[in-house]
Ligand binder design. Structure first.
Ligand code: GLC
Length: 649
């Protein structure tokens, strides 16, 4: 890896983000200015420079013009002014006057001020100057990404069935509720491969338990779902409920497997179950112990999990609550001033995920006591690693689905991610699109957003438009929050349109799965910005709402309300394919340039690149029903450059 230089600043904590052990370069890179004892890195950007990367983050594909912090944050309000989301991915590529990549391997907050304080300056601030810096050289952003991906290791491979459509909602309280969802899809002839079990399946929100009352004879229920070709995917939360007769808690407590407070007692905070302790995933023994607990559910026939609340999310701690209550009681009976009132409000809102709590939480990293504050971004990573490693022991012959909410660079070797609690907002359709390439840059290939939006209420038009992008998300899951309007696709008025769109997804699965596997194999990106391929095309470089998908396709979904279509830029002559359903489509040649394309809500439009072909199949009601004998190739040109390489499971 001659094109990657590694520098060590201070005494970094080993994150396990990279798999290649490179020799260390002594002299710091000259193009970057280092200061404040090397915790601050400055680079003067050229006027045309574009900055790509940062994985899970707000804003566009080109990250220039905002300030971002890589810090795993439980925050459902993904507005454009937010700095952090659930994943922390401190990798960027500068492309312009010079082209190079930077990976700041540091497990706590790194701030990327990309022309926010000074329009021309890229300034990176590492919370404490103890980190590894990797500088990656390459001719193009794609070369740099591929080198980075080789450095951090191969991406996780999800099972084939996990490319089918999956339905979720927080509030399927009973097995009857779940069965109704399965029936809703099956009775309406709509494809479906999985239904998710959110926290409601558990007994009092206790990990690895199942409520006997609401899910009686769970094993049989899992089996019955399987017979209907449905996989049930339960959630696992990071916090372990404190309860004397709950074996997982007492085992964890007695063996010292939980994170501690400053006095060496178990660190306690509240999440869904009330008071919980957090398994110490930096402690190898504790991590193995927790991972092996998944066996309880695997033994009942479960073959997929989503790890949640693993930033870790904290609603409040006793200390935090006490301070807040003291403050509130000070004001009792007084006529409080407006600033005091604002302060009071901030105190209450600040109870969750507070810096004070993270500073009072300690890990035992195989003998070394480390404050959580300092290694914060590794928690979700190591929770998911713990499960993935245990799966190899529990079920070596099974490919179990696994993805997480919090993540850091390197977790992509163990599982996928979903992008957390988004909202039923039009802007979040676009955000879903824009995050796909930056997540791919960081190795997250099995990924997707909550389709139709998690929080807030959706409309039928938003659901249709989001689904028309959702058909391309590797993790294609409709998920929504408790209390929001129902948004399962069979509930809407125009069921026929939803059915057709879902079938288009299934028609595309052989292509999507093949491109996914190739991207894993070749350390490549499945979704690329146009700028990564059309290097000399100034219009392609500026495109923020179209993506290249695999070797054959360009996609350009509609993400605005009341639209009759949209402008699309074609960087070369392409074949426009307008899908109406899995079997019904029209093709039209389009020449390079700007076009207004009419796209009614009934259609999914894709563009096949020159000399490429797109395999499609007849949809099934679930992935196993897809019959590869029905495969057809839509070709842009008779003489394709090479026959399409199809990868099946
Ligand atoms: C978190 C998750 C969300 C889940 C909810 C209840 O907010 O991000 O997906 O539905 O918790 O478990």
């Amino acid at each position: 890896m001659d094109n990657i230089k590694k520098y060590i600043i201070g005494k970094p904590f080993e994150t396990n983000a990279v798999i290649e052990r490179l020799s260390v370069s002594e002299e710091l890179p000259s193009r970057i200015e280092f200061s404040s004892d090397k915790g601050v890195l400055k680079y003067e950007m050229g006027k045309e420079d574009r900055i790509y990367g940062l994985g899970e983050a707000v804003r566009g594909i080109n990250k220039r013009g905002w300030i971002y912090e890589t810090y795993c944050s439980d925050d459902p309000m993904h507005t454009e002014t937010k700095r952090s989301l659930y994943g922390a991915h401190p990798f960027i590529v500068v492309d312009g006057r010079e082209t190079f990549g930077l990976f700041v391997d540091y497990p706590d907050k790194v701030t990327f001020d990309i022309g926010y304080s000074d329009i021309d300056i890229l300034e990176i601030t590492v919370k404490s100057p103890n980190y590894c810096l990797y500088v990656i050289e390459g001719e193009t952003p794609l070369d740099i990404v591929r080198s980075f991906r080789r450095l951090i290791g191969k991406s996780y491979i999800a099972p084939y069935w996990a490319f089918g459509f999956q339905q979720s909602r927080w509030s399927y309280y009973t097995s009857d509720d779940v069965q109704k969802i399965i029936d809703g899809y099956r009775n309406n002839d709509m494809p479906l491969d999985a239904v998710y079990l959110d926290i409601d399946y558990m007994d009092s929100f206790k990990d690895f338990t199942v409520s006997e009352e609401r899910f009686p004879d769970f094993e049989k229920f899992v089996e019955k779902a399987k017979q209907q070709h449905i996989h049930l995917v339960p959630i696992i939360d990071a916090g372990v409920k404190i309860e004397e007769d709950y074996g997982i808690y007492t085992e964890g407590r007695d063996n010292g497997y939980f994170c501690k407070d400053k006095d060496g007692n178990d660190f306690v905070a509240a999440v869904w179950p009330g008071k919980v302790c957090f398994p110490d995933f930096l402690n190898r023994e504790a991590s193995h112990w927790f991972g092996m607990k998944y066996k309880t559910l695997i033994d009942k026939g479960i073959d997929g999990f989503w790890n949640d609340m693993n930033e870790p999310a904290i609603f409040y701690s006793e200390e935090g609550l006490e301070k807040a209550l003291d403050k509130i009681s000070e004001y009792k009976g007084k006529n409080i001033g407006i600033y005091d009132y604002f302060g009071l409000k901030d105190t209450v809102l600040g109870l969750s995920n507070s810096f004070d709590d993270y500073s009072s939480m300690y890990h035992n990293a195989d003998g070394e006591i480390v404050c959580h504050n300092g290694v914060h971004n590794l928690y979700g990573f190591n929770m998911t690693k713990s499960a993935s490693e245990a799966f190899k022991q529990i079920a070596p012959d099974k490919n179990i689905l696994l993805f997480s909410r919090a993540s850091y660079i390197g977790m992509h070797r163990y599982g996928g991610i979903w992008t957390g609690d988004n909202q039923s907002w039009w802007s979040h359709i676009k955000l879903n699109l824009q995050m796909l390439p930056s997540l791919n840059m960081c190795g997250y290939l099995y990924t997707g957003a909550d389709l139709v939006g998690f929080g807030d209420n959706s409309t039928e038009e938003l659901a249709l438009r989001w689904l028309a992008l959702g058909v391309f998300n590797p993790l294609m899951r409709n998920h929504s929050a408790l209390g929001t309007k129902d948004q399962e696709f069979f509930r809407y008025k125009n069921k026929g349109i939803f059915r057709n769109l879902l079938k288009i997804r299934y028609a595309l699965i052989p292509y999507l799965y093949s491109e996914y596997r190739k991207a894993v194999e070749n350390d490549d990106m499945m979704f690329k910005p146009l700028a990564f391929e059309y290097r000399d095309d100034k219009y392609a470089k500026a495109v923020e709402d179209q993506l290249l998908l695999g070797e054959s396709l360009m996609i350009a979904p509609v993400y605005e309300p009341n639209a009759i279509g949209r402008y699309v830029y074609l960087p070369e002559d392409m074949l426009m394919v307008r899908f109406k359903s899995d079997c019904e489509y029209e093709c039209e040649k389009k020449i390079k340039g700007h076009h207004f394309i009419e796209i009614p809500v009934t259609d999914v439009v894709v563009f096949v690149r020159k000399g490429r072909e797109l395999p499609i199949v007849k949809a099934g009601m679930y992935t196993d029903e897809i019959d590869l004998a029905t495969i057809k190739y839509i070709r842009n040109k008779d003489d394709v450059i090479s026959a399409y390489e199809l990868i099946t499971e």
